[in-house]
Design a protein around this ligand. Structure first.
Ligand SMILES: [Zn+2]
Length: 685
């Protein structure tokens, strides 16, 4: 896990939000609402072109139009806008560069110290330093940077940036990727800062809707001990309470090798189907008053049967609420006018069509059927829809966890001992002594309260944080395994802050790229302890495991995408209509890419993911991440690990496809993953 608060939240808070009044309605795309009209914009462009010459016309056009798109009545009259543009446009190349460097320096100061403030204020919450008091929570949830964007529109810096360093769409970035110099790339990244001006009440409303959806999901538990089959027999322990869908799914996965496993799995599948169709009686959601047969939907207690009352499509009402809150913001995002565009083009920087095509190519691969055949023969039965979570391709470790615990506890009794060993650890990965010492001098290890995270710095004078659990008797294996994962993040964070050409290029294209390195490190954790983990089949089992889970999550993501397309096509829909659409879409995807493989038609299972409700369109990042990680791992396997990590992560925040091409020589492609699975079929029976 990576703590993204540092980068994304600050950027989002600083540059995409502001506390503006109703006049903001004018800062919109539709020209009828625009405060500065088309006609006047052309006059400003002409005036600037006359002053600075025709050579600059293209840049002037772009900059003026974008600044005008965000300018509101509150910012000044049309003439004041003209005056601002005439005085603020910088045509001369060296002067513009010097303006860019000054802006970069100032943003590093602001981001760096705001980030540091958050790190320090959240310390009592994140680090293992005694009881958390109310005051710790108040300060820990305070965001010091939340009003900076408003300030920067007010003092006109935002407009200065728009005018001189305009925003380029993903389409333009793709077209220019190879042509741009590193300086032009850095200018374009500065241009990403101010693309919207969403009124704070809308942001607040979205926050509320997301948080309500989140609460609904986190309180959707099923008391498994209350489930019964047709013979009124209980299959699960009395005290088992599982959250939808993660808890249900993990229990399903864990039942592949038990005696009553198959019946339990079928029962969980029935529960899941009824969650999707909203037929689960309200009386059993987060309640344990009645026995419930999920197949017949019979509900009863000692006194007899009770009528089952389903929820009024609450699951879909939450999704609809989030959609409507997002849609209200569309008009304030002139360059990214739908949530789909914001999520894909803007956040992931891969278009939705491109991602969909990658997924469709993968789920249609003939290798899917071959792997399914292998699973069928390993299970000794026909596949059922829930076998999308087949869990039998796991490699066993040669050492027990207790032995591993002993080893890591002895080696790392304290935070300091792990901190001290960092240069040694990356030395083993091939980093030269001096380089290893530099990288590690920029990483601070802390004992965390939670599972662990890596929190990057936002200025070169600060350190990134590596947080993991360290008990009083030392670091156990789990803590060590997480620490190595986080260390991968920290190394990326350090290289991509210190060694990129310009500050605005710091970081990686999106979170998948930092997760990739974290997993590459984590994968080597036993080697780093000096344990020989050479199981001949390990690599092939992993390839199949990866392949099958990617196949599963891609289907889920395809449903998620189609549902949002449907929502934009049917903005007036109610929750019941949305429920019908989700059910139909999930079956459609199933029938197209899964039914043949499983020999079962019309399963809605791909619509079970909770993220679909509380974090829409987030799911696609998983399979994209898995693909990137696989390509990177393959590349590092056959090259000098340390040199390549150092070279690759210096690329900074280019767009994903261009970054990949520079990193591993080809764009994002599932082909290596498919080939590895195909190869593995020759070894695993
Ligand atoms: Zn991570």
């Amino acid at each position: 896990m990576k703590n993204t608060i540092g980068l994304f939240l600050i950027i989002a808070m600083m540059f995409n939000s502001c506390n503006c009044d109703k006049n903001e309605n004018s800062a919109v795309k539709s020209s009828k609402n625009k405060f500065i009209g088309e006609f006047f914009i052309n006059e400003v462009i002409d005036s600037l072109t006359n002053k600075f010459g025709k050579d600059n016309m293209q840049g002037i056009q772009k900059g003026v139009t974008q600044a005008a798109g965000l300018w509101t009545e509150k910012d000044g009259s049309e003439n004041e806008f003209l005056k601002f543009c005439m005085e603020s446009y910088v045509a001369e190349k060296n002067e513009r560069h010097s303006l860019f460097m000054k802006l970069s320096r100032n943003y590093e100061i602001l981001n760096g110290y705001f980030n540091r403030m958050s790190i320090e204020l959240k310390k009592p919450l994140h680090m293992d330093v005694g009881t958390v008091s109310r005051i710790d929570e108040i300060f820990g949830s305070y965001e010091p940077a939340s009003h900076v964007a408003e300030d920067f529109f007010n003092n006109k810096t935002a407009f200065l940036v728009c005018l001189n360093f305009p925003y380029y769409s993903l389409y333009e970035k793709v077209a220019n990727a190879e042509k741009w110099s590193s300086e032009e790339w850095a200018y374009a990244r500065l241009g990403d800062l101010y693309t919207s001006r969403v009124p704070s009440d809308l942001l607040l409303k979205l926050g509320e809707k997301v948080s309500e959806a989140d609460t609904y999901i986190s309180e959707y538990n099923i008391y498994m001990g209350k489930l019964v089959n047709d013979n009124e027999k209980q299959l699960f322990p009395d005290d088992m309470k599982l959250i939808s869908h993660w808890g249900l799914r993990d229990e399903l996965k864990s039942n592949y090798n038990s005696a009553e496993g198959l019946e339990k799995q079928r029962m969980i599948y029935e529960v899941m189907k009824k969650i999707i169709t909203q037929e689960v009686p309200m009386q059993v959601i987060n309640k344990n008053d009645f026995k419930w047969n999920p197949t017949s939907n019979r509900l009863y207690n000692e006194e007899g049967d009770v009528h089952a009352n389903p929820e009024p499509d609450t699951r879909y009402q939450h999704l609809l609420n989030v959609f409507l809150a997002q849609k209200e913001m569309d008009v304030y995002n002139p360059f990214q006018p739908t949530y789909i565009v914001r999520k894909f083009d803007s956040e992931m920087e891969l278009s939705q069509q491109e991602v969909e095509k990658l997924f469709v190519d993968y789920v249609s691969s003939p290798v899917v059927k071959e792997v399914a055949k292998l699973i069928k023969s390993r299970l000794g039965r026909n596949l059922e829809p829930f076998d999308i979570w087949y869990d039998g391709f796991k490699a066993r470790s040669s050492m027990s966890e207790t032995e591993l615990d002993k080893m890591t506890q002895k080696r790392y009794p304290t935070v300091e001992s792990f901190q001290k060993d960092l240069p040694e650890i990356i030395g083993k990965l091939g980093f030269a002594k001096e380089r290893a010492e530099f990288l590690c001098s920029k990483i601070t290890v802390d004992a965390s309260r939670g599972a662990g995270h890596a929190w990057g710095a936002e200025m070169k004078s600060d350190n990134s944080r590596l947080r993991t659990r360290i008990a009083s008797n030392g670091m156990n294996y789990k803590g060590y395994n997480i620490a190595i994962h986080e260390f991968g993040h920290n190394v990326e964070q350090t290289i991509s802050l210190h060694d990129v050409d310009y500050y605005t290029m710091r970081g990686v294209p999106n979170t998948a790229f930092t997760e990739a390195l974290a997993f590459v490190f984590q994968e080597r954790d036993l080697d780093l302890l000096g344990i020989n983990n050479e199981d001949a089949n390990r690599k092939h089992l992993m390839a199949l495991d990866n392949f099958w889970s990617t196949y599963e999550i891609m289907g889920v993501s395809l449903v998620d995408m189609r549902v949002w397309q449907w929502l934009y096509e049917h903005p007036e829909a109610n929750a019941t209509e949305l429920k019908a659409a989700v059910n139909e879409i999930s079956k459609e995807i199933w029938n197209k890419y899964y039914a043949d493989v499983f020999g079962v038609k019309d399963s809605p299972i791909l619509a079970i993911y909770s993220h679909m409700i509380d974090a829409p369109l987030y799911l696609s990042a998983y399979p994209i991440g898995l693909i990137i990680q696989f390509q990177l791992e393959k590349h590092l396997e056959s090259n000098n690990f340390a040199q390549e990590v150092d070279r690759i992560y210096r690329n900074g925040r280019l767009i994903p496809q261009f970054w990949m091409k520079k990193a591993v020589g080809r764009e994002i492609s599932p082909e290596p993953m498919i080939m590895a699975a195909k190869d593995a079929l020759n070894y695993i029976k």
